[in-house]
Design a protein around this ligand. Structure first.
Ligand SMILES: NC(=O)c1ccc[n+]([C@@H]2O[C@H](COP(=O)([O-])OP(=O)(O)OC[C@H]3O[C@@H](n4cnc5c(N)ncnc54)[C@H](O)[C@@H]3O)[C@@H](O)[C@H]2O)c1
Length: 245
């Protein structure tokens, strides 16, 4: 038996970076993975890679800001695979400017994709997760959901909200058979970093390097699995020591 035999996971933002590494890891341990993203070609490639390795996977186009989109994605997942055990709310985008020049449009967009999506996802998947009897939600926040950086007001606000949305849902579902935890990555080498100066990020990280998506997938899959059967409402920092000081 492997950890995810017979389990079905839905991973948002599964076309790239941390979500992709998580989808591949779940599949490598026997899980069926639905990859939900707006990057159709990349998402379909991840699903094809899993299928090629004899796993079970499906790509669904999902804009995580759409309530109807969520209803449809959960229904299609349950139709295709008979249920849903694991939800990884991973899709997110950031802003980079100081508060003074951040527009309301930027704020609204970042909050919709990074924060409201987590609310919509848990709402849409709640019934199926409860029915599974071993449900696990892993919400990807950030170390920037715990500490400030001086810029990126929408991202910090959204990631901080994800942290507490996780805790209150964990308490609400504590006796419903669904655990809910948040993961708080440090600087991880994925496309979201764009052209940010890597040297500056590395210099600010006590371990002196960027994290790898696979190192996030290891924590996410721990929380998604029965290995974490008594963990709920927790915040799990994986940041090379950044927030320890
Ligand atoms: N990389 C880091 O340094 C870092 C640090 C802390 C937290 N995080 C968080 O980790 C998560 C994953 O980011 P990543 O680093 O893998 O970046 P990434 O850009 O590689 O992946 C993000 C994925 O989210 C998808 N996405 C964006 N908007 C979407 C939408 N509206 N609907 C559906 N999918 C959408 C993108 O298409 C992409 O595939 C994000 O929530 C991010 O904020 C990343």
């Amino acid at each position: 038996m492997t950890r995810f035999d017979g389990r079905v996971a839905l991973v948002t933002g599964g076309a790239s970076g941390i979500g992709k590494a998580t989808a591949l890891r779940i599949a490598s341990e026997g899980g069926t993975v639905v990859i939900a993203d707006v990057q159709d070609d990349l998402g379909a490639e991840v699903a094809a890679q899993i299928e090629k390795d004899d796993g079970k996977s499906l790509f669904l186009h999902l804009d995580v800001t759409s309530e109807e989109g969520w209803t449809d994605a959960v229904a299609k997942t349950v139709d295709a695979f008979g249920g849903l055990n694991i939800l990884v709310n991973n899709a997110g985008i950031g802003d980079t400017e100081p508060l003074e020049v951040t527009t309301l449009a930027t704020w609204d967009k970042v909050v919709a994709v990074t924060q409201t999506s987590v609310f919509l996802g848990m709402k849409a998947a709640g019934d199926a997760l409860k029915k599974s009897g071993n449900g696990s939600v892993v919400n990807i926040s950030s170390m920037y959901g715990i500490v400030g950086s001086g810029v990126s007001p929408a991202y910090h606000a959204a990631k901080g909200a994800v942290r507490l949305l996780t805790k209150t849902t964990a308490l609400g579902w504590a006796k419903e058979g669904v655990r809910v935890n948040s993961v708080h990555p440090g600087f991880i080498d994925t496309p979201i970093l764009g052209d940010t100066d890597r040297a500056g990020l590395i210099a600010g990280t006590p371990m002196g390097r960027l994290g790898k998506p696979e190192e996030m997938a290891a924590m996410i899959t721990f929380l998604a699995s029965d290995d974490a059967s008594f963990a709920t409402g927790g915040e799990f920092v994986v940041d090379g020591g950044y927030t320890a000081g």
